[in-house]
Ligand binder design. Structure first.
Ligand SMILES: NC(=O)c1ccc[n+]([C@@H]2O[C@H](COP(=O)([O-])OP(=O)(O)OC[C@H]3O[C@@H](n4cnc5c(N)ncnc54)[C@H](OP(=O)(O)O)[C@@H]3O)[C@@H](O)[C@H]2O)c1
Length: 311
């Protein structure tokens, strides 16, 4: 395997920590692979059999050891986990992925004797939320309850909302109207971290044998007024606020949207994004305390910088 070779004279691949990475072709996974390699790890990037996406070749070019695997086979997963110091999951999906596939990956990691596991969480603090308030986070809470029973050291990375979503996907900064839209309290602090910073931190955590059960980071903690200021500074144009109503109004809109929409297997139907926003506006899943200083070489990207990149 490519991972058995090394360019460093006098070193063998055996001296480099091996990290198994699931979800390696995804937006976050590819960046985790990049940062793991930059930190000197051997990356076993798991990809589904027959995956011909350009991301697979990109992973090879980065220097990852791409391994095609049947994610339904605990036996195959156990073979690819052998010798690793940590299994990192950046999988995305619904129950069949977040619970079932991650469960097989977890079982494989345990059988292979891998000491540590990082599940695909990368979110607001779902441990503080009630069941039913966010479908995707309910699945993560359920998987983590299973993870806590397994004989393996688990670490979840919680990072709030990906700041990148503020440039378009999350309808908060309304660039054409020059307004920042919100529900509830404009002074409620919320956590934002870029995908890139989340990946960099996760890579550092994967290579750190002393991580606690939860690591919480925020590239920036901002209120809606803070987002308004960042948008104004990033664009050079004055943004105003647009308060649609109390948080309960958004809750009612989620119920109505869910009732009106046909059931679907979409990971992110419109009401799902609304559930994340609802959670954040309540303040319940606020991350505390923050572990930003744990790896001092990471430079946290502020919201203003992300908004300034919008074309
Ligand atoms: N906090 C936030 O604001 C925020 C925002 C976005 C994402 N996230 C989280 O970040 C994590 C990664 O998300 P992402 O956006 O990077 O996801 P993504 O780009 O959709 O990538 C998903 C990855 O999972 C793999 N995958 C999906 N179903 C699979 C299956 N059945 N078997 C094996 N592999 C499967 C995909 O492989 P293929 O290439 O084979 O499809 C891909 O590698 C998730 O936990 C997500 O919830 C957080």
């Amino acid at each position: 395997m490519a991972e058995l070779r090394t360019n460093q004279p006098g070193t063998t691949a055996a001296e480099k920590p091996i990290i198994v990475l699931a979800g390696s072709t995804g937006d976050l996974g590819r960046l985790i692979a990049k940062y793991l390699l930059a930190r000197g790890a051997v990356v076993r990037a798991l990809v589904r059999k027959g995956n011909t996406k350009p991301e697979v070749q990109a992973l090879r070019e980065l220097g990852a050891s791409v391994v095609e695997v049947d994610f339904n086979s605990v036996i195959e997963l156990t073979q690819v986990c052998a010798g690793a110091v940590c299994v990192v999951s950046a999988l995305s999906g619904l129950r069949d992925v977040i619970f079932d596939t991650q469960k097989r990956l977890l079982d494989a990691a345990v059988v292979a004797g891998v000491p540590r596991f990082i599940p695909s969480d990368y979110s607001i603090d779902y441990t503080k939320l009630a069941n039913g308030s966010n479908r995707n986070l309910d699945l993560r809470r359920e998987f983590n309850q299973r993870l806590d029973q397994a004989p393996i050291t688990a670490t979840s990375v919680l990072n709030g909302m990906f700041t990148d979503l503020l440039t378009g996907q999350a309808p908060v900064v309304l660039f054409s109207l020059k307004r920042v839209m919100y529900y509830g309290d404009a002074d409620q602090p919320m956590d934002f971290t870029t995908t890139d910073n989340t990946a960099e931190f996760t890579a550092a955590a994967a290579l750190d044998p002393t991580t606690p059960r939860y690591l919480r980071v925020a590239g920036e903690v901002a209120t809606i007024r803070g987002v308004q200021k960042a948008a104004s500074e990033a664009t050079g144009q004055q943004f105003g606020l647009l308060r649609v109503g109390g948080v309960w109004v958004l809750g009612a809109m989620i119920k109505a949207t869910k009732a009106l929409m046909p059931p679907s297997d979409d990971v992110f139907p419109p009401w799902q994004g609304m559930q994340y926003m609802h959670n954040m506006f309540t303040g319940l899943p606020k991350l505390q305390p923050l572990d930003n200083a744990r790896y001092p070489d990471i430079r946290w990207t502020p919201i203003r910088e992300v908004l300034a990149t919008r074309k």
